[in-house]
Design a protein around this ligand. Structure first.
Ligand code: SAH
Length: 248
């Protein structure tokens, strides 16, 4: 089944953009996913095709008009039923790998990209949408954020990545950063590949990788580490029972 994506934007020419190359590009031409970039301006109702207006209360910039946004969303829902509507905004919930996995398991996504100062707030009450941020940074528009979300979903679609296992060990999949990687040459500018990785002892390698993942997460991402630790201290009821059975 095709993962159907609809992007509502003032710059439809930005899509598929970088997603036309490499793995995503091949998957697009094979029909694993599809993209329908829709111009928000198509839903303007006046002669000048206005999509924005000055902010109520004054201040700099322009705000996307709620009635135009609603018409664009309603259209996207009618052509891509079942897909959740995700609005790109720095005020949204930070996107996570967990949410990306859920989206990739679904029928597709509708992504709404802002520009200027963003959206008239009433759209978030008037339509069932999910506000998503791609990080604590401010972009000039939602298009690059939408490309990120799409890319992250597409690589998880069945058949897109080479080895089926290569998705499972990535950063965030188990609440940790991934362990570091090395490849030939064995020595470079006096630096060698850690001995254990050349030992051929798979159990030792797995233990080393696990420890590295934990150490790196603790030092680089204390926020992730804390959540990971809390999840282990207070496991879900099923996991707790299993631990008790094991006597831990
Ligand atoms: N005035 C807004 C920023 C607008 S930036 C504020 O301060 O919150 C213009 C558009 O870029 C936004 O409407 C949004 O669609 C997109 N954008 C900017 N930063 C983003 C981020 N971190 N995550 C997702 N979308 C973002």
């Amino acid at each position: 089944m095709t993962f159907s994506t609809t992007v509502l934007t003032l710059y439809p020419e930005m899509f598929p953009g970088p997603l036309a190359v490499s793995l995503a590009g091949r998957a697009l031409s094979e029909g694993t996913w599809s993209i329908d970039p829709v111009h928000i301006r198509d839903f303007a109702t006046d002669r000048h095709r206005t999509v924005d207006d000055t902010p109520a209360g004054g201040g700099a910039g322009m705000v996307l008009k709620v009635n135009i946004l609603a018409a664009a969303i309603d259209h996207a829902r009618s052509v891509n039923p079942g897909a959740p509507v995700i609005v790109m905004t720095p005020r949204g919930k930070p996107i996570s790998q967990k949410r990306i996995r859920e989206l990739a398991d679904g029928p597709g996504v509708i992504l709404l990209c802002g520009r200027f100062e963003g959206f008239d707030e009433r759209i978030f009450e008037g339509r069932e949408v999910e506000e998503v941020s791609v990080g604590d940074i401010v972009l000039s528009g939602g298009e690059c954020a939408a490309l990120m979300v799409l890319d992250a979903c597409i690589r998880l679609l069945p058949g897109v990545m080479g080895a089926p296992s290569s998705g499972a060990e990535e950063s965030f999949e188990d609440g940790l950063l991934e362990y570091p990687h090395y490849t030939r040459p064995t020595e470079w500018e006096g630096r060698t590949i850690p001995e254990v990785l050349r030992s051929g002892d798979h159990a030792k390698i797995a233990a080393w990788r696990k420890r590295q993942a934990e150490d790196d997460t603790r030092s680089r991402r204390p926020d992730l580490w804390e959540r990971h630790r809390d999840a282990r201290v207070q496991p879900a009821s099923g996991a707790r029972r299993k631990n008790e059975d094991l006597g831990s």
